[in-house]
Design a protein. Structure first.
Length: 255
């Protein structure tokens, strides 16, 4: 896989297809190839140049052990470094969970690099923390439970992600999570970005309601995936793509 350096670290990515550029950014305990594994890349590559990124800490990218290396600014730098390397001035961005948070950050801090933004499963109002309390209460767990371990155990139930976790760097995963979990929402900056957006979430995902509220307040598109939790929404590409593809067709090819 090709490699680009950003802030001294290697960022791995993969190119497929031909046409206007679409960046695919995965979530925690995923890599860029997970988009292909879950049925997204093949649906896009006949029309778009798909740029699937392994974010810092995941897949073939470097995995530093300091949380500050995973700051929002550095996550944005990683994306723009890949775009620069492949010679793309502007691209559509599609991210899920951690990838959605990164997409919000790119729209907020580098809106000129995006034609449009598709984001699933992450709260733009209060960030990661808005899901922690409801999830712990649903599971009957104490408020001081380590949410990182819950996330890791949940991810490891998926064989694809279990293999990625087994091959990865535990300290890098933890540092990535520490930064991810502390980031606040970016709703004010997003509302002013001018980037066309489509947000979506499963109705059983704790982030569904804050995402819906932001979309209604901001006048952007929102898609609900019925009876899907956070992982279930990711798994239902056949329910998500019929809405995302027309949105990309209307927005991703802008000069």
């Amino acid at each position: 896989m090709p490699i680009v350096r950003s802030n001294g670290f290697r960022i791995s990515y993969e190119l497929s297809g031909d046409g206007p550029a679409v960046v695919l950014h995965p979530g925690m305990f995923q890599d860029g190839a997970h988009w292909a594994h879950s049925g997204y890349t093949s649906a896009l590559a006949s029309t778009y140049t798909v740029i699937a990124i392994d974010p810092l800490g995941l897949g073939g990218s470097d995995a530093p052990h300091q949380a500050e290396d995973y700051s929002l600014e550095r996550r944005v730098d990683s994306v723009t470094a890949v775009l620069d390397e492949v010679g793309v001035e502007r691209a559509a961005f599609w991210g899920y969970s951690l990838g959605a948070m990164t997409g919000y950050a790119v729209a907020a801090h580098a809106p000129d690099r995006l034609t449009c933004l598709v984001v699933g499963g992450f709260d733009p109002l209060d960030g990661f923390r808005s899901a922690v309390g409801p999830t712990l209460r649903l599971l009957g767990l104490p408020a001081d439970t380590d949410a990182y371990q819950l996330m890791k155990q949940g991810a490891a139930a998926d064989p694809y992600q279990a293999a990625l976790i087994e091959a990865g760097d535990p300290a890098g995963f933890r540092a990535n999570y520490e930064a991810f979990s502390r980031e606040p929402g970016l709703h004010r900056e997003l509302a002013d970005s001018g980037v066309p957006m489509l947000l979506y979430a499963g109705t059983a995902d704790p982030w569904h309601e804050p995402m819906h509220a932001f979309a209604e307040r901001s006048g952007v598109h929102f898609l609900s995936i019925s009876d899907a939790d956070h992982k279930g929404c990711w798994d239902r590409s056949t329910d998500v793509l019929p809405t995302v593809l027309p949105f990309l067709a209307a927005n991703a090819g802008m000069p």
